[in-house]
Design a binder for this molecule. Structure first.
Ligand code: IMP
Ligand code: MG
Length: 205
């Protein structure tokens, strides 16, 4: 499948936003581009899972907005569940040590499961989640990630559905946060200034 393209020259639309010492500027992916790409992903899932009722497993909190729009782009009887995981270490880098903060409610045995993720950065969170969910004997397990870093470290073969390849800038908006801020932006933007204390906090993904 194809991957959405991120504009090579980012536009400087909109005033830059500031809150809690963070400065958020450059628009990376517009609301229109996000929604258009999500419609395509929804159509692909609809045709790939025809006749089945996939279980979407959203990874809180970052995936909540993507999960909401993606599910409405899928013309199948989908079901929903959510997991919350927390990665140890600072809030702008994943350590790969993942703790389940909220587990699933639904039994995965014999289900067609799609993990819905906001962003695959190193891929360590995803690797842990896949291992954990595969042990529950689903009929199938695929991954749908809105954003994937160009330099991720996971096997390409496991990235079944992906929205956009993105550079290594720290991103916010459309579910993604920096210390819980900016999740409600309708588009994806680059964080241009982060206060020093952020780098020492533990972070929920
Ligand atoms: P990974 O384990 O390195 O792949 O990190 C994945 C998690 O880190 C994502 O689910 C996000 O919650 C968080 N993350 C990684 N990059 C960013 C970013 O640019 N902005 C906000 N959160 C991010
Ligand atoms: Mg986060």
């Amino acid at each position: 499948m194809g991957t959405g393209r991120v504009a090579a020259v980012a536009s400087d639309q909109g005033a830059s936003l500031s809150a809690g010492g963070y400065s958020v500027g450059r628009l990376l992916i517009s609301e229109d581009d996000l929604q258009a790409r999500i419609r395509v992903l929804g159509e692909e899932i609809t045709s790939d899972y025809a006749g089945r009722a996939p279980l979407l497993v959203g990874v809180l909190k970052g995936a909540f907005m993507f999960m909401s729009d993606l599910s409405r782009a899928i013309d199948l009887p989908v079901e929903f569940d959510f997991m919350a995981v927390s990665s140890y270490g600072n809030s702008t880098r994943s350590s790969g040590v993942v703790r389940i903060v909220k587990d699933l409610d639904i039994d995965l045995a014999d289900r067609d499961v799609i993990i819905v993720e906001d962003i695959i950065d190193s891929g360590l969170t995803l690797s842990y989640l896949r291992r954990n969910l595969l042990a529950r004997n689903p009929a199938s397990l695929e991954v749908c990630a809105l954003l994937v870093r160009e330099n991720h470290r996971v096997d390409e073969a496991i990235l079944r559905y992906e929205g956009f390849r993105v550079p290594s800038d720290f991103l916010v908006g459309y579910g993604l946060d920096v210390n819980e801020r900016f999740r409600n932006l309708p588009d994806i933007r680059v964080v241009t200034a982060v206060p020093v204390e952020v780098a020492t906090d533990g972070g929920a993904v």
